[in-house]
Ligand binder design. Structure first.
Ligand SMILES: Cc1cc2nc3c(=O)[nH]c(=O)nc-3n(C[C@H](O)[C@H](O)[C@H](O)COP(=O)(O)OP(=O)(O)OC[C@H]3O[C@@H](n4cnc5c(N)ncnc54)[C@H](O)[C@@H]3O)c2cc1C
Ligand SMILES: NC(=O)c1ccc[n+]([C@@H]2O[C@H](COP(=O)([O-])OP(=O)(O)OC[C@H]3O[C@@H](n4cnc5c(N)ncnc54)[C@H](O)[C@@H]3O)[C@@H](O)[C@H]2O)c1
Length: 458
Protein backbone atom coordinates (compact mmCIF):
# COMPACT_ATOMS: atom_id res chain seq x y z
CA UNK A 1 0.00 0.00 0.00
CA UNK A 2 1.21 3.52 -0.83
CA UNK A 3 1.35 5.95 2.07
CA UNK A 4 1.55 9.74 1.88
CA UNK A 5 4.67 9.78 4.05
CA UNK A 6 7.50 7.45 4.93
CA UNK A 7 7.46 8.90 8.43
CA UNK A 8 4.93 10.93 10.39
CA UNK A 9 6.29 12.34 13.65
CA UNK A 10 3.93 13.46 16.42
CA UNK A 11 5.58 16.21 18.45
CA UNK A 12 8.32 18.66 17.42
CA UNK A 13 10.27 18.59 20.69
CA UNK A 14 13.81 17.44 21.41
CA UNK A 15 13.37 13.91 20.05
CA UNK A 16 10.81 14.61 17.31
CA UNK A 17 12.74 17.45 15.68
CA UNK A 18 15.94 15.42 15.56
CA UNK A 19 14.24 12.29 14.19
CA UNK A 20 12.23 14.11 11.51
CA UNK A 21 15.07 16.35 10.36
CA UNK A 22 17.64 13.54 10.05
CA UNK A 23 15.16 11.12 8.43
CA UNK A 24 14.24 13.79 5.84
CA UNK A 25 17.88 14.56 5.12
CA UNK A 26 18.41 10.85 4.42
CA UNK A 27 15.63 10.82 1.84
CA UNK A 28 12.47 9.94 3.76
CA UNK A 29 9.30 11.90 3.02
CA UNK A 30 8.56 13.26 6.48
CA UNK A 31 5.83 15.27 8.17
CA UNK A 32 5.81 16.44 11.77
CA UNK A 33 2.73 17.58 13.68
CA UNK A 34 3.18 20.04 16.53
CA UNK A 35 0.28 21.36 18.59
CA UNK A 36 2.25 24.05 20.37
CA UNK A 37 5.55 25.90 19.87
CA UNK A 38 8.43 24.31 17.96
CA UNK A 39 11.23 22.85 20.07
CA UNK A 40 8.99 21.27 22.71
CA UNK A 41 9.40 21.38 26.46
CA UNK A 42 13.15 21.98 26.56
CA UNK A 43 13.12 25.05 24.34
CA UNK A 44 9.85 26.64 25.48
CA UNK A 45 9.13 25.69 29.09
CA UNK A 46 12.15 23.66 30.19
CA UNK A 47 15.93 23.60 29.97
CA UNK A 48 16.51 26.80 28.00
CA UNK A 49 14.25 29.39 29.71
CA UNK A 50 15.03 27.72 33.05
CA UNK A 51 18.77 28.23 32.51
CA UNK A 52 18.19 31.86 31.53
CA UNK A 53 16.30 32.31 34.82
CA UNK A 54 19.15 30.63 36.70
CA UNK A 55 21.62 33.11 35.21
CA UNK A 56 19.31 35.96 36.24
CA UNK A 57 19.00 34.74 39.79
CA UNK A 58 22.75 34.19 40.20
CA UNK A 59 23.19 37.95 39.94
CA UNK A 60 21.02 38.20 43.05
CA UNK A 61 23.90 36.69 45.03
CA UNK A 62 26.61 38.20 42.83
CA UNK A 63 25.97 41.83 43.84
CA UNK A 64 26.54 40.98 47.50
CA UNK A 65 29.61 38.91 46.75
CA UNK A 66 31.19 41.65 44.62
CA UNK A 67 31.87 43.96 47.59
CA UNK A 68 34.80 41.85 48.81
CA UNK A 69 36.38 42.29 45.37
CA UNK A 70 36.17 46.07 45.63
CA UNK A 71 32.87 46.76 43.89
CA UNK A 72 30.47 49.27 45.34
CA UNK A 73 26.91 49.83 44.16
CA UNK A 74 24.00 51.91 45.34
CA UNK A 75 21.37 49.28 45.95
CA UNK A 76 19.91 47.01 43.28
CA UNK A 77 16.53 46.64 41.67
CA UNK A 78 15.13 43.67 39.84
CA UNK A 79 12.43 43.96 37.19
CA UNK A 80 10.73 40.61 36.57
CA UNK A 81 8.89 41.69 33.42
CA UNK A 82 12.21 42.63 31.73
CA UNK A 83 13.62 39.17 32.40
CA UNK A 84 10.40 37.36 31.45
CA UNK A 85 9.93 39.29 28.22
CA UNK A 86 13.59 39.13 27.16
CA UNK A 87 13.45 35.39 27.78
CA UNK A 88 10.31 35.10 25.64
CA UNK A 89 11.94 37.04 22.78
CA UNK A 90 14.93 34.70 22.87
CA UNK A 91 12.68 31.64 22.87
CA UNK A 92 10.73 33.02 19.90
CA UNK A 93 14.05 33.44 18.09
CA UNK A 94 14.81 29.78 18.80
CA UNK A 95 11.32 28.74 17.60
CA UNK A 96 12.17 30.40 14.28
CA UNK A 97 15.48 28.54 14.06
CA UNK A 98 13.71 25.23 14.67
CA UNK A 99 11.22 26.08 11.91
CA UNK A 100 14.09 26.78 9.51
CA UNK A 101 15.91 23.59 10.47
CA UNK A 102 12.82 21.55 9.66
CA UNK A 103 11.91 23.28 6.41
CA UNK A 104 15.53 23.30 5.17
CA UNK A 105 15.65 19.55 5.74
CA UNK A 106 12.44 19.19 3.72
CA UNK A 107 10.18 18.24 6.62
CA UNK A 108 6.53 19.24 6.20
CA UNK A 109 5.28 20.98 9.33
CA UNK A 110 1.64 20.46 10.25
CA UNK A 111 0.33 22.73 13.02
CA UNK A 112 -2.09 21.06 15.41
CA UNK A 113 -2.51 18.10 17.73
CA UNK A 114 -2.42 14.70 16.07
CA UNK A 115 -4.41 11.66 17.10
CA UNK A 116 -4.40 8.12 15.81
CA UNK A 117 -7.02 6.80 13.38
CA UNK A 118 -5.30 3.44 12.88
CA UNK A 119 -1.79 2.00 12.88
CA UNK A 120 -0.81 3.92 9.72
CA UNK A 121 -3.11 6.95 9.91
CA UNK A 122 -3.25 10.07 12.07
CA UNK A 123 -5.62 13.00 12.03
CA UNK A 124 -4.82 16.66 12.62
CA UNK A 125 -7.68 19.19 12.62
CA UNK A 126 -9.94 16.74 10.80
CA UNK A 127 -7.42 15.99 8.02
CA UNK A 128 -6.09 12.42 7.69
CA UNK A 129 -2.46 11.63 6.97
CA UNK A 130 -1.11 8.16 6.20
CA UNK A 131 2.45 7.03 6.83
CA UNK A 132 4.47 3.84 6.68
CA UNK A 133 5.92 4.67 10.11
CA UNK A 134 4.57 6.87 12.87
CA UNK A 135 6.79 8.15 15.66
CA UNK A 136 5.29 9.24 18.98
CA UNK A 137 7.47 11.97 20.51
CA UNK A 138 4.90 13.90 22.54
CA UNK A 139 6.94 14.24 25.74
CA UNK A 140 5.54 14.58 29.25
CA UNK A 141 3.43 17.04 31.24
CA UNK A 142 3.45 18.13 34.88
CA UNK A 143 1.75 15.86 37.39
CA UNK A 144 -0.02 17.62 40.27
CA UNK A 145 -1.78 15.45 42.85
CA UNK A 146 -5.47 16.24 43.33
CA UNK A 147 -6.42 17.56 46.75
CA UNK A 148 -8.54 20.25 48.32
CA UNK A 149 -7.13 23.46 46.84
CA UNK A 150 -4.90 21.94 44.15
CA UNK A 151 -6.47 24.44 41.71
CA UNK A 152 -4.61 27.22 43.50
CA UNK A 153 -1.12 25.98 42.62
CA UNK A 154 0.95 26.35 39.44
CA UNK A 155 3.27 23.95 37.63
CA UNK A 156 6.64 24.76 36.05
CA UNK A 157 4.75 25.56 32.82
CA UNK A 158 3.27 28.73 34.33
CA UNK A 159 6.49 29.82 36.04
CA UNK A 160 7.83 31.09 32.73
CA UNK A 161 4.96 33.52 32.18
CA UNK A 162 4.01 34.86 35.64
CA UNK A 163 2.48 38.37 35.61
CA UNK A 164 4.54 39.23 38.63
CA UNK A 165 6.85 37.62 41.15
CA UNK A 166 5.38 36.98 44.60
CA UNK A 167 7.01 38.27 47.79
CA UNK A 168 6.79 34.82 49.32
CA UNK A 169 6.59 31.45 47.56
CA UNK A 170 6.24 27.79 48.45
CA UNK A 171 7.78 25.14 46.21
CA UNK A 172 6.52 21.60 46.79
CA UNK A 173 8.59 18.61 45.63
CA UNK A 174 12.14 17.38 45.98
CA UNK A 175 13.31 16.64 42.46
CA UNK A 176 15.15 18.54 39.73
CA UNK A 177 12.43 21.08 39.06
CA UNK A 178 11.70 21.83 42.71
CA UNK A 179 15.30 22.57 43.68
CA UNK A 180 16.02 24.48 40.46
CA UNK A 181 12.99 26.77 40.85
CA UNK A 182 13.56 27.21 44.59
CA UNK A 183 17.04 28.49 43.67
CA UNK A 184 15.67 30.76 40.95
CA UNK A 185 13.02 32.34 43.18
CA UNK A 186 15.43 32.73 46.10
CA UNK A 187 18.06 34.40 43.91
CA UNK A 188 15.47 36.77 42.47
CA UNK A 189 14.66 37.99 45.98
CA UNK A 190 11.53 35.96 46.71
CA UNK A 191 11.21 34.63 50.27
CA UNK A 192 11.24 30.94 49.29
CA UNK A 193 10.25 27.81 51.20
CA UNK A 194 10.89 24.35 49.73
CA UNK A 195 8.66 21.67 51.20
CA UNK A 196 9.38 18.01 50.64
CA UNK A 197 7.39 15.14 52.12
CA UNK A 198 10.40 12.79 52.52
CA UNK A 199 13.54 12.78 54.68
CA UNK A 200 15.86 14.27 52.09
CA UNK A 201 15.70 16.08 48.71
CA UNK A 202 16.77 14.59 45.37
CA UNK A 203 15.90 10.93 45.73
CA UNK A 204 18.10 8.72 43.56
CA UNK A 205 21.17 10.93 43.88
CA UNK A 206 24.18 9.95 45.99
CA UNK A 207 23.32 10.31 49.70
CA UNK A 208 26.31 12.59 50.42
CA UNK A 209 25.29 14.78 47.49
CA UNK A 210 21.70 14.97 48.77
CA UNK A 211 22.70 15.96 52.30
CA UNK A 212 25.39 18.41 51.18
CA UNK A 213 23.22 20.11 48.56
CA UNK A 214 20.35 20.44 51.02
CA UNK A 215 22.61 22.24 53.53
CA UNK A 216 23.97 24.53 50.80
CA UNK A 217 20.43 25.41 49.69
CA UNK A 218 19.66 26.42 53.27
CA UNK A 219 22.83 28.52 53.46
CA UNK A 220 21.86 30.26 50.24
CA UNK A 221 18.63 31.41 51.87
CA UNK A 222 16.04 28.77 50.91
CA UNK A 223 13.85 27.66 53.79
CA UNK A 224 14.16 23.89 53.25
CA UNK A 225 11.43 21.99 55.09
CA UNK A 226 11.78 18.21 55.04
CA UNK A 227 9.07 15.75 56.13
CA UNK A 228 6.54 18.44 55.31
CA UNK A 229 3.30 17.74 53.50
CA UNK A 230 0.44 19.98 52.42
CA UNK A 231 -3.07 19.06 53.53
CA UNK A 232 -5.15 21.71 51.76
CA UNK A 233 -4.92 25.16 50.28
CA UNK A 234 -7.45 27.99 50.21
CA UNK A 235 -7.58 31.54 48.95
CA UNK A 236 -6.91 34.18 51.61
CA UNK A 237 -9.69 36.23 50.02
CA UNK A 238 -12.21 34.06 48.14
CA UNK A 239 -13.05 36.99 45.84
CA UNK A 240 -9.43 37.39 44.71
CA UNK A 241 -8.35 34.35 42.72
CA UNK A 242 -4.94 35.90 42.03
CA UNK A 243 -4.32 36.87 45.62
CA UNK A 244 -2.56 35.16 48.51
CA UNK A 245 -3.11 31.51 49.30
CA UNK A 246 -3.26 29.95 52.75
CA UNK A 247 -1.52 26.60 52.98
CA UNK A 248 -2.63 24.24 55.73
CA UNK A 249 0.17 21.77 56.37
CA UNK A 250 -0.39 18.26 57.70
CA UNK A 251 1.48 19.13 60.92
CA UNK A 252 -1.35 21.54 61.73
CA UNK A 253 0.27 24.87 60.99
CA UNK A 254 -1.02 27.31 58.35
CA UNK A 255 0.86 29.94 56.39
CA UNK A 256 0.21 32.48 53.65
CA UNK A 257 2.09 32.44 50.31
CA UNK A 258 1.75 34.56 47.18
CA UNK A 259 2.58 31.63 44.90
CA UNK A 260 2.69 27.85 45.24
CA UNK A 261 4.64 25.81 42.73
CA UNK A 262 4.03 22.08 42.59
CA UNK A 263 7.04 20.27 41.10
CA UNK A 264 5.85 16.77 41.83
CA UNK A 265 6.93 14.93 38.71
CA UNK A 266 5.96 14.62 35.05
CA UNK A 267 3.84 12.00 33.31
CA UNK A 268 3.64 10.90 29.65
CA UNK A 269 1.57 13.32 27.57
CA UNK A 270 -0.65 10.82 25.78
CA UNK A 271 -4.07 12.40 26.44
CA UNK A 272 -4.69 13.66 22.90
CA UNK A 273 -3.36 10.63 21.00
CA UNK A 274 -6.22 8.08 21.02
CA UNK A 275 -3.56 5.35 21.17
CA UNK A 276 -6.21 2.65 21.46
CA UNK A 277 -7.27 3.28 17.84
CA UNK A 278 -3.86 2.05 16.70
CA UNK A 279 -3.61 -0.62 19.39
CA UNK A 280 -0.53 0.96 21.03
CA UNK A 281 -0.07 -0.39 24.56
CA UNK A 282 0.83 1.73 27.55
CA UNK A 283 2.19 0.92 31.01
CA UNK A 284 2.63 2.76 34.30
CA UNK A 285 1.48 6.40 34.22
CA UNK A 286 0.54 5.96 30.55
CA UNK A 287 4.12 5.44 29.37
CA UNK A 288 4.19 4.06 25.83
CA UNK A 289 5.70 0.59 26.01
CA UNK A 290 8.58 0.03 23.59
CA UNK A 291 11.14 -2.67 22.89
CA UNK A 292 14.90 -2.09 22.53
CA UNK A 293 14.38 -0.67 19.04
CA UNK A 294 11.79 1.90 20.18
CA UNK A 295 9.03 -0.15 18.52
CA UNK A 296 5.67 -0.11 20.29
CA UNK A 297 3.23 -3.01 20.49
CA UNK A 298 2.37 -2.08 16.87
CA UNK A 299 5.07 -2.69 14.22
CA UNK A 300 4.51 0.58 12.37
CA UNK A 301 4.49 2.80 15.47
CA UNK A 302 7.58 3.91 17.39
CA UNK A 303 8.09 6.06 20.50
CA UNK A 304 10.96 7.80 22.25
CA UNK A 305 11.79 10.52 24.74
CA UNK A 306 9.77 11.47 27.82
CA UNK A 307 6.61 9.71 26.62
CA UNK A 308 8.35 6.39 27.28
CA UNK A 309 9.10 7.50 30.88
CA UNK A 310 12.66 6.19 30.98
CA UNK A 311 15.15 9.00 31.56
CA UNK A 312 13.58 12.42 31.04
CA UNK A 313 16.48 14.42 29.64
CA UNK A 314 16.83 16.28 26.35
CA UNK A 315 20.16 14.74 25.27
CA UNK A 316 18.66 11.29 25.94
CA UNK A 317 15.66 11.99 23.67
CA UNK A 318 18.05 13.27 20.97
CA UNK A 319 20.39 10.27 21.26
CA UNK A 320 17.40 7.92 21.15
CA UNK A 321 16.29 9.61 17.92
CA UNK A 322 19.74 9.06 16.41
CA UNK A 323 19.72 5.41 17.51
CA UNK A 324 16.30 4.91 15.91
CA UNK A 325 17.53 6.51 12.68
CA UNK A 326 20.49 4.10 12.63
CA UNK A 327 18.03 1.24 13.15
CA UNK A 328 15.80 2.35 10.26
CA UNK A 329 18.49 3.29 7.78
CA UNK A 330 21.40 0.98 8.63
CA UNK A 331 19.41 -1.91 10.08
CA UNK A 332 21.51 -1.51 13.23
CA UNK A 333 19.83 -3.08 16.27
CA UNK A 334 19.67 -0.47 19.00
CA UNK A 335 22.00 -1.00 21.94
CA UNK A 336 21.31 2.18 23.89
CA UNK A 337 23.56 2.63 26.91
CA UNK A 338 21.48 4.15 29.71
CA UNK A 339 24.39 3.78 32.13
CA UNK A 340 26.83 6.59 32.64
CA UNK A 341 24.53 9.39 31.49
CA UNK A 342 26.00 12.63 32.85
CA UNK A 343 23.41 15.01 34.24
CA UNK A 344 23.32 18.35 36.01
CA UNK A 345 20.82 19.90 38.38
CA UNK A 346 20.91 23.66 37.87
CA UNK A 347 20.20 24.46 41.47
CA UNK A 348 22.38 26.96 43.32
CA UNK A 349 24.89 25.49 43.90
CA UNK A 350 24.59 23.18 40.91
CA UNK A 351 25.02 19.42 41.01
CA UNK A 352 26.87 17.35 38.41
CA UNK A 353 26.80 13.60 38.43
CA UNK A 354 27.74 10.66 36.24
CA UNK A 355 27.89 6.94 36.86
CA UNK A 356 27.02 5.13 40.07
CA UNK A 357 26.20 6.63 43.44
CA UNK A 358 27.77 5.03 46.51
CA UNK A 359 24.43 3.38 47.29
CA UNK A 360 24.02 1.99 43.75
CA UNK A 361 27.56 0.60 43.77
CA UNK A 362 26.84 -1.08 47.11
CA UNK A 363 23.56 -2.51 45.84
CA UNK A 364 25.40 -4.00 42.85
CA UNK A 365 27.85 -5.71 45.19
CA UNK A 366 30.86 -3.93 43.69
CA UNK A 367 34.13 -3.83 45.66
CA UNK A 368 34.97 -0.13 45.45
CA UNK A 369 36.59 2.79 47.24
CA UNK A 370 35.52 6.41 47.54
CA UNK A 371 37.59 9.58 47.36
CA UNK A 372 35.79 12.59 48.75
CA UNK A 373 36.50 16.18 49.65
CA UNK A 374 34.64 19.34 50.45
CA UNK A 375 36.18 22.77 50.53
CA UNK A 376 35.61 26.50 50.34
CA UNK A 377 35.98 27.53 46.69
CA UNK A 378 38.64 30.19 46.10
CA UNK A 379 36.05 32.77 45.06
CA UNK A 380 34.55 32.76 48.53
CA UNK A 381 37.82 33.61 50.23
CA UNK A 382 37.03 37.22 49.24
CA UNK A 383 33.30 37.14 48.52
CA UNK A 384 32.27 36.70 52.13
CA UNK A 385 30.10 33.79 51.01
CA UNK A 386 30.03 30.64 53.09
CA UNK A 387 29.23 28.21 50.25
CA UNK A 388 31.34 25.05 50.03
CA UNK A 389 31.82 22.53 47.22
CA UNK A 390 31.72 18.74 47.37
CA UNK A 391 33.53 16.30 45.08
CA UNK A 392 33.40 12.57 45.13
CA UNK A 393 34.95 9.82 43.00
CA UNK A 394 34.09 6.11 43.14
CA UNK A 395 36.71 3.62 41.96
CA UNK A 396 36.25 -0.10 41.34
CA UNK A 397 38.91 -1.97 43.34
CA UNK A 398 38.95 -4.88 40.90
CA UNK A 399 40.07 -3.01 37.78
CA UNK A 400 40.78 0.54 39.10
CA UNK A 401 38.08 1.98 36.79
CA UNK A 402 36.27 5.12 37.89
CA UNK A 403 32.60 4.16 38.20
CA UNK A 404 31.07 7.38 39.51
CA UNK A 405 31.81 11.09 39.83
CA UNK A 406 29.70 13.58 41.75
CA UNK A 407 30.03 17.27 42.45
CA UNK A 408 28.07 19.98 44.22
CA UNK A 409 29.35 23.45 43.47
CA UNK A 410 29.75 26.14 40.84
CA UNK A 411 30.22 24.89 37.27
CA UNK A 412 29.37 21.27 38.21
CA UNK A 413 27.34 20.88 35.02
CA UNK A 414 30.26 22.03 32.88
CA UNK A 415 32.81 19.91 34.75
CA UNK A 416 30.80 16.68 34.74
CA UNK A 417 30.52 16.61 30.94
CA UNK A 418 34.28 15.93 30.57
CA UNK A 419 34.25 13.36 33.34
CA UNK A 420 31.37 11.66 31.50
CA UNK A 421 33.69 11.10 28.52
CA UNK A 422 36.45 9.72 30.73
CA UNK A 423 34.14 7.31 32.53
CA UNK A 424 32.46 6.22 29.28
CA UNK A 425 35.91 5.54 27.83
CA UNK A 426 36.72 3.35 30.85
CA UNK A 427 39.30 5.63 32.48
CA UNK A 428 41.01 4.28 35.60
CA UNK A 429 42.00 6.17 38.73
CA UNK A 430 45.58 5.94 37.40
CA UNK A 431 44.45 7.74 34.21
CA UNK A 432 42.88 10.48 36.32
CA UNK A 433 46.12 10.75 38.36
CA UNK A 434 48.20 10.91 35.16
CA UNK A 435 46.15 13.86 33.92
CA UNK A 436 47.62 17.28 34.57
CA UNK A 437 45.30 19.51 36.57
CA UNK A 438 44.03 22.88 35.40
CA UNK A 439 45.08 25.36 38.06
CA UNK A 440 43.52 27.10 39.90
CA UNK A 441 40.15 25.44 39.43
CA UNK A 442 37.80 23.32 41.47
CA UNK A 443 37.86 20.71 38.72
CA UNK A 444 41.52 19.88 39.39
CA UNK A 445 40.45 18.18 42.63
CA UNK A 446 39.20 15.31 40.45
CA UNK A 447 42.75 14.56 39.23
CA UNK A 448 44.55 15.13 42.52
CA UNK A 449 42.67 12.82 44.89
CA UNK A 450 45.20 11.00 47.10
CA UNK A 451 44.89 8.32 49.76
CA UNK A 452 44.34 11.14 52.24
CA UNK A 453 40.91 11.74 50.71
CA UNK A 454 39.73 8.13 51.01
CA UNK A 455 36.36 8.04 52.67
CA UNK A 456 35.89 5.66 55.58
CA UNK A 457 32.85 3.66 54.59
CA UNK A 458 30.55 1.99 57.05
C1 LIG B 1 11.17 22.89 33.84
C2 LIG B 1 11.97 21.83 33.10
C3 LIG B 1 13.34 21.96 33.03
C4 LIG B 1 14.08 21.00 32.35
N1 LIG B 1 15.43 21.16 32.31
C5 LIG B 1 16.18 20.24 31.67
C6 LIG B 1 17.58 20.41 31.59
O1 LIG B 1 18.15 21.38 32.10
N2 LIG B 1 18.29 19.47 30.91
C7 LIG B 1 17.69 18.38 30.33
O2 LIG B 1 18.38 17.57 29.72
N3 LIG B 1 16.36 18.21 30.39
C8 LIG B 1 15.59 19.11 31.05
N4 LIG B 1 14.24 18.94 31.10
C9 LIG B 1 13.64 17.74 30.46
C10 LIG B 1 13.51 17.93 28.95
O3 LIG B 1 12.82 19.11 28.66
C11 LIG B 1 12.78 16.73 28.35
O4 LIG B 1 13.42 15.54 28.75
C12 LIG B 1 12.75 16.78 26.82
O5 LIG B 1 12.15 17.96 26.37
C13 LIG B 1 12.01 15.56 26.27
O6 LIG B 1 11.94 15.64 24.88
P1 LIG B 1 10.77 14.91 24.09
O7 LIG B 1 11.13 15.01 22.64
O8 LIG B 1 10.50 13.58 24.64
O9 LIG B 1 9.46 15.77 24.37
P2 LIG B 1 9.16 17.34 24.36
O10 LIG B 1 10.38 18.14 24.20
O11 LIG B 1 8.31 17.57 25.54
O12 LIG B 1 8.32 17.51 23.02
C14 LIG B 1 7.04 16.99 22.86
C15 LIG B 1 6.26 17.88 21.91
O13 LIG B 1 5.09 17.19 21.48
C16 LIG B 1 4.01 18.11 21.36
N5 LIG B 1 2.77 17.34 21.40
C17 LIG B 1 2.20 16.71 22.45
N6 LIG B 1 1.08 16.04 22.06
C18 LIG B 1 0.96 16.26 20.73
C19 LIG B 1 0.04 15.82 19.75
N7 LIG B 1 -0.98 15.01 20.05
N8 LIG B 1 0.21 16.26 18.48
C20 LIG B 1 1.23 17.09 18.14
N9 LIG B 1 2.15 17.51 19.03
C21 LIG B 1 2.03 17.08 20.30
C22 LIG B 1 4.23 19.06 22.53
O14 LIG B 1 3.56 20.28 22.31
C23 LIG B 1 5.76 19.18 22.54
O15 LIG B 1 6.17 20.27 21.76
C24 LIG B 1 13.44 19.89 31.74
C25 LIG B 1 12.05 19.78 31.80
C26 LIG B 1 11.32 20.73 32.47
C27 LIG B 1 9.83 20.61 32.52
N1 LIG C 1 18.53 19.80 34.93
C1 LIG C 1 17.85 18.85 34.31
O1 LIG C 1 18.39 18.06 33.56
C2 LIG C 1 16.37 18.74 34.54
C3 LIG C 1 15.68 19.80 35.06
C4 LIG C 1 14.32 19.67 35.26
C5 LIG C 1 13.68 18.49 34.93
N2 LIG C 1 14.39 17.47 34.41
C6 LIG C 1 13.73 16.19 34.09
O2 LIG C 1 12.36 16.28 34.30
C7 LIG C 1 11.94 15.26 35.20
C8 LIG C 1 10.79 15.73 36.01
O3 LIG C 1 11.22 16.67 36.99
P1 LIG C 1 10.46 16.80 38.38
O4 LIG C 1 11.31 17.59 39.30
O5 LIG C 1 9.06 17.25 38.14
O6 LIG C 1 10.30 15.31 38.82
P2 LIG C 1 11.14 14.37 39.79
O7 LIG C 1 10.62 13.02 39.56
O8 LIG C 1 12.60 14.63 39.66
O9 LIG C 1 10.69 14.88 41.22
C9 LIG C 1 9.35 14.84 41.64
C10 LIG C 1 9.32 15.09 43.15
O10 LIG C 1 7.98 15.24 43.59
C11 LIG C 1 7.76 14.43 44.72
N3 LIG C 1 6.35 14.06 44.72
C12 LIG C 1 5.73 13.22 43.86
N4 LIG C 1 4.41 13.13 44.17
C13 LIG C 1 4.21 13.94 45.23
C14 LIG C 1 3.07 14.26 46.01
N5 LIG C 1 1.89 13.73 45.75
N6 LIG C 1 3.22 15.15 47.04
C15 LIG C 1 4.43 15.69 47.31
N7 LIG C 1 5.55 15.40 46.59
C16 LIG C 1 5.44 14.53 45.59
C17 LIG C 1 8.70 13.25 44.52
O11 LIG C 1 8.97 12.62 45.76
C18 LIG C 1 9.92 13.95 43.94
O12 LIG C 1 10.72 14.50 44.94
C19 LIG C 1 13.19 14.93 36.02
O13 LIG C 1 13.16 13.62 36.50
C20 LIG C 1 14.29 15.13 35.03
O14 LIG C 1 14.54 13.94 34.32
C21 LIG C 1 15.73 17.57 34.21
Amino acid sequence: MAYQYDLFVIGAGSGGVRASRVAASKGYKVAVAEGSALGGTCVNIGCVPKKLFVYASEYGHGFDEAAGFGWKHQGTQFNWSVLRDNKTKEIERLNGIYGNLLSNAGVELISGYASFVDAHTVMVDGIMYTAERILIAVGAKPYIPEFNGSDFVVSSNEMFFLDELPKKALVVGGGYIAVEFAGILNGLGVDTALAYRGDQLLRGFDEDVRAFASEEYKKSGIDVRLNTDVERIELADAANKNGARIVHFKDGHSEEFGLILYATGRVPNIGSLALEKAGVKTGKNGAVIIDNNFTTSVDSVFALGDVTDRIQLTPVAIKEAMALIAYWFDGKEVDFDYDNIPTAVFSQPAIGTVGLSEQEAEARGIDFRVYQTDFRPMKHTLSGGTARSLMKLLVNNTDDKVIGAHMVGDYSGEIIQGLGIAIKAGATKADFDDTVGVHPTSAEEFVTFSAGSLKERK
